[in-house]
Design a protein around this ligand. Structure first.
Ligand SMILES: *[C@@H]1O[C@H](CO)[C@@H](O)[C@H](O)[C@H]1NC(C)=O
Ligand SMILES: *[C@@H]1O[C@H](CO)[C@@H](O)[C@H](O)[C@H]1NC(C)=O
Ligand SMILES: *[C@@H]1O[C@H](CO)[C@@H](O)[C@H](O)[C@H]1NC(C)=O
Length: 114
């Protein structure tokens, strides 16, 4: 039995809608993580291209499917400044690499070690 073509296109449209919803929610940055990132780095704003409203699209940032920041990888970005304790508020962070920069960290990084 042939499927009427208007039902077919409706199905395709639904699939597309479903996929695009999944993809876009995958990358919506968690607001608390956005704020933590933003207040953690005291570096010249020109140093990091963190202009997008969705922090999961920021340079060096990777999020999980819930929009929680899991990776913060900014090695050798010639960053000069300091990193504050707010970084510790990124509760889902599992990978951190800030090596080969000139960043001042005036607190213990112990909180990242189990
Ligand atoms: C980080 O967490 C502490 C304690 O929960 C809170 O006082 C502080 O405002 C948070 N900072 C940011 C930038 O979210
Ligand atoms: C900053 O990032 C945005 C989007 O992520 C991009 O469109 C823009 O070209 C970037 N700007 C620079 C100076 O890299
Ligand atoms: C951090 O990144 C640098 C440069 O990519 C690399 O050489 C280094 O091994 C990394 N450190 C860790 C702990 O992954």
């Amino acid at each position: 039995m042939a499927v009427p073509s208007h039902i077919m296109s409706c199905g395709v449209f639904f699939m597309f809608f479903f996929l695009s919803t999944v993809i876009s929610t995958n990358h919506a940055c968690n607001k608390a993580d956005h704020n933590s990132l933003w207040s953690s780095f005291d570096v010249p704003s020109s140093a990091l291209n963190w202009s997008s409203s969705d922090c999961c699209h920021w340079e060096g940032i990777t999020c999980d499917k819930d929009g929680r920041v899991t990776h913060l990888l900014l090695p050798s970005k010639r960053l000069q400044g300091s990193v504050s304790r707010s970084l510790g508020n990124l509760t889902h962070l599992s990978h951190l690499n800030l090596s080969h920069n000139q960043l001042l960290v005036l607190w213990k990084l112990d909180s990242f070690c189990p």
